[in-house]
Design a protein around this ligand. Structure first.
Ligand code: UT7
Length: 325
């Protein structure tokens, strides 16, 4: 039976020009370059300029993804944009990107699953394609986390950065074989009991303000390693594959120690793992497409590879996505 499969036909990313190093962070809070590198692997982060909004970063990444796919904005049927730092409470940042791209048809909406947002957006877009409701979908992860950081809180402000990444997913006919190109499966989870471990202490309905990010880092770390290892195993088992079949892992980039611990637990060769956290810090929903774009540009992914995306974030939310490249 012929089915539709979602194939990555283009990828692009954008980082704000301004770079803030750990040494510069030392001037803001009681921290050291050594502490940040040892505990997180982060060396620097990009920070959006004044007046530069999430939709601006998203548009620039989307334009590059469209160019890589040799498509124009009006070829797109749907934009699914993952962010926890929207331009406005409403309308969605996705519709602002739609307008900025000059797209006058189709639909656009935001998805909010914090650091797992890109996986949630990808799963959503994939289902539109599989259902035959969209041919080309722009999937974007874009964040300006610098705007929700408490710059006096050394336990959080050193960890995050701003950026955006985008891919174009295109429908391709498939026999349904795991050898055919495209997304093989995605696996989403959440557990709302962990709200107070990682949250923003403000919001429209509660405080009528934006608020600041708060985190109990140690607990998040512990849950992240277990949930991420489980959700990668779930994806491999679902497709009858093993860790030996994996060619590339694109993890959410929160902390190098989380990446290492997860890979150790899964017994995956570290050379197969994308690492960009040292340059970008944690860019939440943008981190996976940013890392994916870098791996594509470095030609570390080739046709036919098995690529695993995995993320975990506030909620808690977590998920994985398995792609035959
Ligand atoms: O994207 C998903 C969401 N986020 C994450 O996945 C992050 C998960 N958590 C983590 O990455 C780590 O838990 C952190 C990097 C946040 C913290 O690392 P840790 O090894 O768990 O350190 P800790 O929180 O236990 O803190 C150790 C010490 C503390 O001092 P005392 O109490 O031992 O005297 C902290 O006060 O380090 C201190 N500390 C700092 N020192 C220098 C905390 N932040 C800093 C800092 N600079 N920026």
């Amino acid at each position: 039976m012929t089915v539709f499969r979602s194939v990555v036909s283009g990828c692009g990313s954008y980082l704000p020009e301004k770079i803030v190093t750990n040494k510069q962070m030392e001037e803001l809070v009681d921290t050291t370059d050594e502490w940040i590198i040892e505990r997180t692997g982060i060396e620097q982060r990009h920070i959006a300029a004044e007046g530069e909004l999430t939709s601006d970063l998203a548009r620039k990444a989307a334009e590059k993804a469209l160019a890589a796919a040799s498509l124009s904005a009006n070829d797109i049927d749907l934009i699914v944009l993952a962010t926890s730092t929207p331009d406005q409470t409403f309308p969605s940042t996705a519709t602002r990107v739609q307008a900025a791209l000059g797209m006058d048809k189709g639909a656009a909406f935001d998805v909010q699953a914090v650091c797992s947002g890109f996986i949630y957006a990808l799963a959503t877009a994939d289902n539109f394609i599989k259902a035959g409701q969209a041919k080309h979908v722009l999937v974007i992860g874009a964040e300006t986390f610098s705007r929700i950081l408490d710059w006096n809180d050394r336990t959080t402000c050193v960890l995050f950065g701003d950026g955006a990444g985008a891919i174009v997913l295109s429908a391709q006919e498939s026999s349904g074989s795991p050898e055919d190109q495209g997304i093989l499966s995605s696996h989403l989870h959440s557990d709302g009991r962990y709200n107070e471990y990682l949250y923003v202490d403000g919001g429209v309905s509660s405080t009528q303000s934006t608020g600041y990010l708060r985190m109990r880092g140690k607990e998040v770390f512990r849950h992240a390693v277990v949930n991420l290892a489980n959700v990668v195993t779930e994806a491999l088992e679902f497709n009858g594959l093993t860790v030996e079949d994996v060619d590339m892992v694109i993890p959410h980039q929160a902390n190098k120690r989380i990446l290492d611990a997860t890979i150790r637990k899964l017994k995956i060769d570290p050379v197969k793992v994308a690492v960009t956290v040292h340059k970008h810090a944690n860019t939440s929903a943008a981190s996976i497409p940013l890392a994916l774009d870098e791996m594509i540009r470095q030609q570390r992914i080739k046709r036919g590879d098995i690529v695993v995306l995995e993320a975990m974030g506030g909620g808690f939310t977590w998920g994985s996505c398995l792609i035959r490249w």
